[in-house]
Ligand binder design. Sequence first.
Ligand code: GDP
Length: 615
Amino acid sequence: MEAPTLGGVRLPRGSGEIVRLPRGASLTDFAEKIDAMPAELVKVLIGLGEMVTATQSIDDDTLTLLGTELNYDVQVVSPEDEDRELLESFDLEFGGHEGDDADLQIRPPVVTVMGHVDHGKTKLLDAIRSTNVVSDEAGGITQHIGAYQVITNTSAGADRAITFIDTPGHEAFTAMRARGAEVTDISILVVAADDGVKPQTIEALNHAQAADVPIVVAVNKVDKEGADPAKVRGQLTEYGLVAEEYGGDTMFVDVSAKQGMGIEELLEAVLLTADAALDLRANPDQDAQGVAIEAHLDRGRGPVATVLVQRGTLRPGDSIVAGDAFGRVRAMLDDDGKAVEEAGPSMPVQVLGLTSVPGAGDSFMVVAEDRVARQIAQTRQARERNALLARNRVKRSLEDFLESLEKGEVSELNLIIKGDVSGSVEALEDALLKIDVGDEVSLRVIHRGVGAINKNDVTLASASKAVIIGFNVRPEGKVAELAAEEGVDVRYYSVIYQAIEEVEAALRGMLKPEYEEVQLGTAEVREVFKSSKFGTIAGCMVQSGEVKRNAKARLIRDGAVVAENLSLAGLRRFKDDVTEVREGFECGINLGNFQDIKVDDVIETFEMREIPRKA
Ligand code: GDP
């Protein structure tokens, strides 16, 4: 068989071999794998209509396309898989086999405090910490290192530890989850008894539920006049948190962070919830692994990272790699600034000795040799650079959901619904949840709320691989950009059935063609005439583009849309009916039945065009 050619270049064809490429690989990487010249691949891609340079990062689809063209079976390896393989090449595994049942010992729960702003999260974290100052060994200086541990004496008589992540709020929680770090075992949801359930209360609750983390409710500020703890219990029932005393399984504890009241009870509730809902055990006798929860560069001490040990025991002298940072533990400090010699499961410590600063949420592990730590860190650094370049091209969209569905990778579509009024959000959610397409796929609404799509929605979507549905709402400030960066699919609707149709289509595995609005032109109203035959006619000047008869239109007055779904029923120049009028020309426009046109209004015209779908 004759070798196929393209523009005179012989194609480096394979015969179906598997080529594994990291996400964000370049043509040079590809060429190296198949022993070809990068320039040849550049030409092939140009032949396919893609202009890329040899060293530029290529998105998954293009890599696969190129593979198909050259008869290679390209497999794009995700960063997670790549990392697992990287560790395996050193005979390491993160979160892997922890030994036999007998090796596992009970570990303290790790708790995050969440809730609405000003409901007392910070105050509560302070109160918990100060009721628990280990008084026998005073002298340490209390420091904020990102987490602390308290020992509490339970009514059963045993001393038990609880670890608190002391960055309040769900931003920290979600940011870490977005990086794949599941740190929190239990969430304390703080609700001020004088203020009740507020939007961020619900947001926090949704975050915890999306992560399958059990919740203990701290009803705070019960010392205040007007405090109504029973009302808080009633309100939360609507969100599925039913207090034990009402027959549910969520523990509610009345506290006053200000007066230090109810703190012991709260700690006990955390332990009881942990015992009832979770099996918190880890093997302390293995090389330490865990997560970096906070890190910064200290002028005197160099990179300082607070790590939470999740399994094993960390000691000074250990070689560690944390994300793309590495080093040897020079010293470990607890939250009183005191040196510690050992940190076991669920223990947070500040670690000195890293050569650079890891990111919050990066996993860390102890390895046998400094050399191994360095190699892993450097490989990750290189990969991070590549991934960053390719990142903008990675998308998580309804289409991708379809693809994963076909491959059998997912069976659940996560949605975040934001709308203009709570009635429409509820209506939409109800309708969406009623979609029934059989047992294989299901739909989960992980968050719903009223108002513009904000940063938190995008972070949550990114962490939970969710699609955001905006009903009559738009993204705040720079949120659209953030969503694009994070590869989060945001869909806007103003008609409920349309949203339902698309989501249902996605679940059924068949999305209808998508349309996008293409601006045609705008015309400014200079004069308004009434005609007995045609109704209101707007004498206009076309200011940009062109206006076409029968095009869709909307009317803008003082920058705000005053009428949608209009159509250019009539278009005239002088006495003639015309089909289009270009920029700089005057014309008469008739918007059919719509009569409310005023001088200085702007008529914006557009067409709906089908967006070509990926094959
Ligand atoms: P955060 O935004 O949730 O971290 O709330 P803060 O902890 O900063 O508390 C907000 C305000 O509520 C502060 O002025 C606190 O002093 C006050 N506060 C917090 N807890 C209590 C409480 O139990 N009782 C009373 N009366 N005030 C409280």
